[in-house]
Design a protein around this ligand. Structure first.
Ligand code: ADP
Ligand code: MG
Ligand code: MG
Length: 493
């Protein structure tokens, strides 16, 4: 399959487009705060000038497997809790500082709950499954391979919709050439509204369950969040489409600003007595969210977990997204056990997205992996149990890194085959500079699922749009907020 080349622009055209793009972004909220910001002044988010070619069949495959993946993770949490807890217990011993702390918070919350059972059985998953196209399969249709499955604080659902609208605007305006892309080639992610819809649906179940008419959604955010507009768009959708208000608090603020009623563990905002139906975490996924004030922040996590509000995600759901679980889930027998009624077709679609991931333990597989890590490090990335980018060890750095730590600690890492995505010469715009470099892209598919974490049972399971992020192919990682990457949109061919 072939695709159209990127539109050609003269230098003069380029600066005109750059102005159109910047002003559209500022006018429509495709923005972030710059470092050391003042509240009143945002900057355009780094984006590509053009959408990046992406094979339609691969895109469709990623969309098609999302609901199976949603179910895989929630069935693991709800129906195989003991086994999940066993794995997490092991992992906690190796990663005391973070996985261990999350698990400790979970145990404390259970311990302190009536009859040692958390009072809210319902749980909301807002997930993002990340993929890259693997070039090694160029012989047939290029396949998608999973990078990771995120179960907490997934971001860019809102800026994704915005960048899709931006590229469509530039296309319709004619700056790429007259009708350069058809509508069908330039989809717009519906993620802003669909992520908000999932929160609203959880809110509505809470209202029915608790027989209340009024409730709000609590966003747990980082102090001085530069990516807050990505969250605000979801809040605006909640209020515009569902008349649901949201309140933003940091983990540090929880103890002083919320109140939990003794009789039924209902959660209220102290100052206003507003009742919280859903706690939506956009913070709390990494050690730095706790380190400045560990006592206050970890206690906040326990308070919220024990409360009657529906958590997005619950601590166990967050823990199910650890890289170790991802490694274990690449095994066919295990997937089949967790999804007993999956069709053969859906199962093979799901399994086809995996590359090899190895444990670094004392099993036969682990021993092989230890050998591979030293003999062929160029084929691998080493991942710790962390989220949010910037934590992995790549290729030639792997042997030295492993030697620098005690072999007993290796089990806290997974060894993953590198995916080799195709490169494209798109243009990146960051502030007022245009970069013309080879980029690679990562496709994220959003999925939402409302389920009963105690009895099992899925209330609703949905796709919720997509995200394309691109980065210079010369950099190993592509965090947009971290400054390595940008938001992009697919041109489906
Ligand atoms: P995090 O949870 O910190 O985002 P990821 O697993 O997504 O961790 O890794 C971060 C980045 O590293 C990805 O966005 C991708 O750019 C790169 N990466 C991760 N795994 C692979 C892989 N198997 N092949 C190629 N690049 C990878
Ligand atoms: Mg992640
Ligand atoms: Mg990632």
């Amino acid at each position: 399959m072939s695709y159209k080349p990127f539109p050609e622009l003269t230098k003069a055209d380029e600066s005109k487009v750059s102005e159109l793009l910047s002003q559209w972004s500022l006018a429509n909220g495709l923005v972030m705060y710059p470092p050391n910001f003042k509240t009143y002044s945002a900057a355009i988010a780094p984006t590509t000038l053009f959408p990046t070619p992406f094979p339609r069949s691969a895109f469709q495959n990623a969309v098609d497997v999302q609901q199976s993946f949603n179910e895989l993770y929630t069935n693991l949490v709800a129906n195989h809790k003991e086994w999940l807890i066993e794995v997490i217990t092991q992992l906690s011993q190796h990663d005391v500082g973070f996985t261990g702390k999350l698990f400790e918070a979970y145990n404390k919350a259970v311990e302190e709950s009536p009859n040692k059972e958390l009072v809210q059985p319902l749980s909301l998953g807002v997930f993002r499954n990340d993929f890259m196209i693997d070039n090694q399969e160029a012989s047939s249709t290029p396949g998608i391979k999973q990078i990771e499955f995120n179960t907490v604080s997934v971001s860019f659902g809102a800026l994704s919709t915005k960048v899709g609208q931006l590229h469509n605007y530039l296309n319709k305006f004619g700056v790429y050439g007259k009708n350069y892309y058809s509508n069908d080639e330039l989809p717009i992610s519906t993620s802003i509204d669909e992520l908000a819809d999932s929160l609203a649906e959880a809110d509505s179940h809470y209202k029915k369950q608790q027989s209340v008419d009024d409730s709000i959604i609590l966003f747990i955010v980082q102090p001085n969040e530069r990516n807050c507009f990505d969250q605000r768009h979801i809040e605006y959708s909640l209020i515009n489409n569902h008349s649901i208000k949201s309140v933003r608090l940091t983990l540090e603020e929880i103890e002083s600003q919320v109140e939990v009623r003794n009789s039924d563990q209902k959660l209220f905002i102290k100052a206003t007595s507003e009742e919280v139906s859903v706690v939506y975490f956009r913070s709390g996924y990494g050690p730095s969210d706790y380190d400045l004030n560990p006592e206050l922040t970890w206690n906040a996590r326990v308070i919220l977990e024990k409360s009657a509000a529906i958590k997005c995600p619950s601590l166990l759901t967050q823990l199910s997204g650890s890289k170790k679980i991802q490694q274990i889930l690449t095994k066919k027998e295990i997937v089949k056990k967790i999804l007993p009624s999956i069709t053969e077709e859906d199962l093979s679609k799901l399994l086809s997205t995996f590359v090899a991931i190895y444990p670094l333990d004392d099993t036969e597989e682990g021993k092989l992996a230890k050998k591979l890590a030293f003999e062929h490090p160029e084929r691998f990335v080493l991942k710790p149990q962390r989220e949010g980018g910037g934590n992995n060890i790549y290729k030639a750095n792997i042997p030295g890194f492993l030697k620098s730590i005690d072999e007993k600690e290796w089990d806290a890492y997974i060894l993953m085959e590198l995916i080799n995505p195709p490169t494209h010469k798109n243009k990146l715009i960051r502030n007022d500079e245009i970069y013309n470099e080879d980029i690679v892209s990562e496709l994220g598919i959003f999925g939402t699922i409302l389920f009963d974490e105690q009895k099992g049972g899925i209330i609703s399971n949905k796709n919720a749009g997509f995200l394309l992020r691109s980065k210079f192919s010369s950099s190993d990682e592509g965090g947009v907020a971290a400054g390595f990457g940008c938001v992009d949109n697919v041109y489906l061919y």
